[in-house]
Design a protein around this ligand. Structure first.
Ligand code: FO1
Length: 339
């Protein structure tokens, strides 16, 4: 069985760990032996201090490989910050994005491989040789895509609450997300470079040849939305014979985690499970939503909706949620789902 997932960072990575646990612990031998391929968002990537940082690839790699800081969901466990302290003493900015010492090694390796002419796919493969994440991690593209955010003007009286930001300018997604906590309204969010980007090698094949495709509860705008903005990926999802099953990142009008509501507002979409499903209406076959949330109105494609506990509060709950996504996919594929 071939399972392909799209993913962003923290939430996506946790879900994927549950997905691997659900597959490996299944009584069904096909699921136990399933191969997981993850197509990871790279539009959060940023160059800092000359180092190429791929936060979502790293969050997935460290989470599945056992090196993640569990509390934050990004960066390395047992981290120290000697390099960041020294950079600040040299007056190097930005200081609002902190690279831990162990994490820096990952960026040094990636940056060096890219400078030597390797692709991001090849650099990721090399980094994964150490981490053995139990899944094939593919960047969505080897081309540079970076999400930029148009900030609304910030009234003078409110600037102090936003780190002195006056707004009315375009910033990298990370500056909006990390420095401004997505609290300055975004007028537009654009994955710059996406329209000219090509899917990384293996991405379209992984979608075409999959038996099951899963959309974890990742940010529908800056994670899944950026992946879908790479020409060819959305079409491959529409065309694949595999059932495409998604998990809502919204429960009862609020994001499960993170600040997806700020991103949805920027594109004029309400923060509801039904509205998020609408963003995927052309490609989605199954949708897991929380008890009490409304099913989306019928769209262009038949959609099977199930109510399930969506909170990834502990590993058991996360495994059960991911297992429910696979159950629904196999039900839609016409396969009997063992109890
Ligand atoms: N998030 C923060 O809020 N502050 C940071 O200083 C920070 C550093 C960082 C370093 C490496 C990395 O892989 C991720 C890091 N993140 C940090 C998380 C990251 O910026 C975002 O949460 C993701 O890009 C959103 O998916």
């Amino acid at each position: 069985m071939r399972v392909t997932a799209l993913a962003g960072g923290v939430g996506g990575a946790r879900f994927l760990r549950g997905l691997l646990a659900a597959l490996r612990s299944s009584p069904d031998p096909a699921r136990r032996g399933a191969q997981l391929t993850v197509v990871v968002n790279t539009a959060d990537d940023v160059t800092l201090h000359g180092l190429r940082v791929s936060p979502d690839l790293d969050s997935v790699m460290y989470t599945l490989g056992g090196g993640i800081d569990e509390e934050r969901g990004w960066g390395r466990d047992d981290e120290t910050y000697g390099v960041a302290d020294e950079l600040a003493r040299y007056g190097q900015s930005p200081t609002w994005f902190t690279l831990g010492d162990k994490d820096v090694a990952t960026h040094v390796v990636r940056t060096r491989l890219l400078a030597e002419g390797r692709t991001l796919t090849e650099a990721t493969e090399q980094l994964c040789r150490r981490w053995r994440p139990g899944a094939r991690l593919l960047p969505m593209t080897d081309d540079v895509v970076e999400t930029h955010v148009d900030l609304a003007p910030v009234p003078e009286a409110e600037r102090a609450a936003h780190d002195g930001e006056a707004g009315g300018r375009r910033v990298h997604f990370q500056e909006w997300w990390v420095r401004l906590h997505a609290a300055v309204p975004a007028l537009a969010i654009e994955p710059v470079g996406a329209a000219a980007a090509r899917p990384a090698p293996g991405v379209l094949e992984a979608l075409r040849d999959a038996d099951v495709v899963v959309l974890p509860p990742s940010n529908p705008v800056v994670s899944i939305g950026s992946i879908l903005a790479v020409p060819g990926i959305r079409d491959a999802l529409v065309a694949t014979a595999a059932p495409v099953v998604g998990v809502s990142p919204v429960i009862g009008g609020a994001p499960v985690r993170g600040m997806a509501d700020a991103c949805l507002s920027a594109i004029g979409v309400p923060t509801t499970a039904a509205a998020v499903a609408g963003l995927y209406a052309d490609l989605l076959d199954g949708w897991l939503i929380a008890e009490g949330d409304e099913a989306p109105a019928p769209g262009p494609r038949p959609l099977a909706v199930r109510h399930r506990p969506l909170l990834m509060s502990d590993p058991a709950a996360t495994t059960a949620l991911a297992g429910a996504a696979v159950d629904l996919a196999l039900e839609l594929a016409g396969q009997v789902v063992p109890a």
